[in-house]
Design a protein around this ligand. Structure first.
Ligand SMILES: CC(C)(COP(=O)(O)OP(=O)(O)OC[C@H]1O[C@@H](n2cnc3c(N)ncnc32)[C@H](O)[C@@H]1OP(=O)(O)O)[C@@H](O)C(=O)NCCC(=O)NCCS
Length: 170
């Protein structure tokens, strides 16, 4: 059952966990994921307002904002949680993990197509990283804490850092 798989996944990912009950009580990232799964079901049966309402209340309680329209695979782990934002058209594969402060966000205002990142299986994203736009992070990739990613990342690649530079904006 996915609930027990989730608990096992957290135990694998976080050496601080001593037994499963700790995950139930001390992991707001996981509370948000469990409510997301229910709200994603509501979203799919077109109860969109109520699904967004519940996820907004969950955001107040956990600090984790997951849009119910996002598509998230099995055994997804959010460690610490606070400040995570996952946008409406984001896609997350199986066995992915992220830390607090991660943004899977959009870059523009177009309502057409996918606006948010797609993560393959087994992707790890470090604390505070921002992945913006409809980019693809292929399976097994790692994104370092604090990185800003605006382009595709290949399989098993590790990305760190952010380059600030002057650009012309419209
Ligand atoms: C990116 C990451 C996965 C790489 O881990 P790794 O494969 O073990 O790589 P290393 O630690 O050996 O580092 C490799 C190089 O990248 C650099 N590096 C690692 N993480 C970095 C980061 N977040 N930002 C900038 N540079 C980083 C290291 O300084 C090293 O550079 P060098 O070769 O010039 O010395 C890891 O450093 C990371 O950021 N993990 C996220 C952890 C996190 O968010 N923890 C929060 C816990 S609360």
């Amino acid at each position: 059952m996915s609930f027990f798989q989730d608990i096992k996944a957290v135990k694998r990912a976080d050496p601080a966990v001593r037994y499963g009950l700790e995950v139930l009580f001390f992991y707001p990232g996981m509370w948000a994921i469990w409510f997301y799964r229910f709200c994603h079901f509501l979203w799919k049966i077109h109860l969109k307002f109520i699904s967004r309402l519940i996820m907004t209340i969950i955001r107040w309680l956990t600090g984790v904002e997951i849009h119910p329209g996002a598509m998230i695979g099995k055994r997804f782990v959010i460690d610490h949680g606070m400040g995570v934002v996952i946008g409406e058209t984001a896609i997350i594969g199986d066995d992915c993990m992220m830390y607090h402060g991660v943004t899977l966000g959009g870059r523009g205002h177009s309502k057409e197509g996918r606006r948010h990142p797609k993560l393959g299986d087994n992707v790890v994203i470090g604390a505070g990283a921002s992945i913006l736009g409809p980019v693809t992070i292929c399976k097994g990739a790692k994104i370092g804490a604090g990185a800003v990613v605006l382009n595709d990342v290949f399989e098993d690649e590790t990305y760190v850092g952010q380059k600030a530079r002057s650009v012309i904006t419209k």
